[in-house]
Ligand binder design. Sequence first.
Ligand code: ADP
Length: 190
Amino acid sequence: MTPTPDGAILVDMSARNPWDRIRIVEGDLTQLDVDAIVNAANSSLLGGGGVDGAIHRAAGQDLLAECRTIGGCPTGEARITRGYKLKARHVIHTVGPVYHGGDSGEPALLQSCYESSLRLARSNNVRTVGFPAISCGVYGYPMREAATIALETTARFLAAQDDIDEVVFVLFGRAALDVYLAVRAELSAI
Ligand code: ADP
């Protein structure tokens, strides 16, 4: 905020701090009341375990029916469907990389998941988005490295535009929450 000589306050929206629009919570992503939640899907988009299974159970059979019409999704990309019985209006399905040590293009693919999901959110007028820790379950990505990519990529995206109001990272368990909070503290201090 900049005070002018006559006492008025100018608010430069393009300068909104991206970290003010990033929230980190512990909980169950399927219960989140936002415009869209992001699913850590597999490339078939036909459901799986972990957060994917939980989202399909909460959304109901119609979600699977719509996913069948899409025909899969490559790693690092994203696709959008309706949310059906979820509170969220949409589900954005993105396919994270399986972690094979980090030298097989995993960081760029994980970054691409966040960028593709946020771009798709924006082009569908989604203003609030919830993310899980993509690739950090059965796909084996180390939580701290993944959190750094998730938070850096999201902060950069939010800094460049004002269309998305809030991104919520919903972590399963205290350990994951603490990692995200520590990484945010480091990155937002830079
Ligand atoms: P991936 O195959 O991409 O590794 P997983 O679903 O196995 O995806 O795990 C991704 C992350 O989501 C893990 O950290 C897991 O603990 C977490 N998770 C699982 N269920 C939920 C849920 N209902 N809400 C939020 N996070 C969840």
